[in-house]
Design a protein around this ligand. Structure first.
Ligand code: LRH
Ligand code: MN
Length: 387
């Protein structure tokens, strides 16, 4: 792709922000509250709109229910539109109720399974009001000790619940099934890996796609292989981007391993994943436990833009020639040339073309918005995970 084509592709990039990244978050050891944090979904959407204002490529906000429960979702959607963004993916939450200690949709108790499925169906009702396309399902379900429950029986329960939700979806609505190796369950997790999610999505049909959360794999996992495989199978629905050094650290995407993010986005580019009809949702799923949250999200969007630009700059013809010639170092060299390219001037130029400041982070810090919310948001209860 020539420079102009790369800029066109980057201009149309859409990165979805997680509402919960703007609330307080932490670990089991401590949640460090920050001044100016939103007290409700309206303020979360307002903060997310600031990221879009300065980057131009973050036009939607994912919600998490009940963290973002409101009386009038249509009004919240109007609020978002007024701020130049829209409500995106609806995330269900069946991992924080006392009843779900032994599982939600896989719980041995049919009444608790029913309760969990009812919440998932309520989230589809929310989608009908917000106009959201995707219902994202992540289940904390699993066990802590061998023998605690039947792994096979739990898969049956999982399949039945997913089928019930899938049948309820209408129009262009999709079900996005997210997998995670472990935590909070520490012996087995019912949707632990891409294969399990893929198998259930195949069974469910066209509406069901896999979500790849980049923090949900065993150390050393070749995530770009999973991406290439799912893309080729037409079952890659979404990314939850973040980075980690050890476990599900939910750090800023690209912060821990920018080369991995580049390799992942190179497979997306090679597999046609940036095409509009590929319908892949590029979301962030992060927690800014100690760093300021809006600047953290702006930096994250910039990291995705930089990795995407490098991925799009790979000389595909030279790569194909080297690959078919069996020129191992030549082929690897083509990729490394793109990765070692400083794309920041290209992105600064693109932002100017888009009428934006070439440095979104500096522009945001100059805007004074951060100081304003600290002075205005006094009283009330700061938003968080409520864990
Ligand atoms: C689980 C997860 C999931 C969300 C939650 C906020 O670790 O990645 O995507 O529901 O984080
Ligand atoms: Mn996630």
């Amino acid at each position: 792709m020539n420079r102009r084509a790369v800029k066109e592709e980057l201009r149309s990039q859409q990165i979805e922000l997680p509402s919960w990244a703007f609330g307080n978050s932490g670990t089991r050891f401590k949640v460090f509250a920050q001044p100016g944090v939103p007290r409700d979904p309206y303020e979360k959407v307002a903060d997310a709109a600031q990221v879009h204002r300065f980057t131009g490529v973050a036009p939607s906000v994912a919600l998490h229910i009940p963290w973002d429960a409101v009386d009038d979702y249509k009004d919240l959607a109007r609020h978002a539109t007024d701020l130049g963004v829209r409500l995106g993916t609806i995330n269900a939450n069946v991992f924080q109720d006392d009843d779900y200690k032994l599982g939600s949709i896989t719980n041995p108790d049919p009444a608790i399974r029913r309760k969990a499925v009812d919440h998932l169906l309520e989230c589809v009702d929310v989608m009908d009001q917000t106009g959201s396309r995707d219902l994202k399902l992540w289940f904390a379900d699993g066990t802590n000790y061998p023998g605690q429950d039947s792994i096979a029986a739990r898969q049956d329960r999982l399949g039945q619940a997913l089928a019930t939700v899938n049948e309820r979806l209408t129009g262009s609505q999709r079900l996005i099934l997210e997998y995670k190796l472990f935590e909070p369950a520490f012996y087995h997790t019912d949707v632990p890996d891409w294969g399990t999610s893929f198998a259930h999505c195949l069974q469910l049909g066209e509406r069901a796609k896999v979500c790849v959360d980049t923090g949900h794999h065993a150390p050393g996992t070749n995530i770009e292989f999973i991406v290439a495989f799912l893309l080729r199978a037409g079952k890659l629905g979404a990314f939850d981007f973040n980075s980690r050094f050890y476990a599900d650290d939910d750090l800023i995407v690209g912060a821990a391993d920018p080369f991995q993010l580049f390799r992942i986005l190179f497979e997306v580019a090679s597999g046609g994943g940036f095409a509009a009809d590929a319908q892949i949702s590029f979301m962030l799923d992060q927690c800014h436990n100690i760093e300021p949250k809006i600047p953290g999200e702006i930096r994250s969007v910039m990291n995705v833009q930089e990795a995407t630009a490098k991925a799009l700059l790979v000389d595909a013809d030279a790569l194909a020639a080297a690959q078919s010639a069996g020129d191992v170092l030549g082929a690897n060299g083509v990729l490394m040339d793109a990765y070692d390219t400083d794309v920041r001037p290209l992105l600064a130029e693109l932002r100017q073309d888009m009428g934006l400041d070439p440095d979104p982070l500096a522009a945001y810090l100059r805007s004074g918005y951060g100081e304003t919310i600290v002075s205005e948001r006094v009283g009330g209860t700061q938003a968080g995970w409520g864990a």
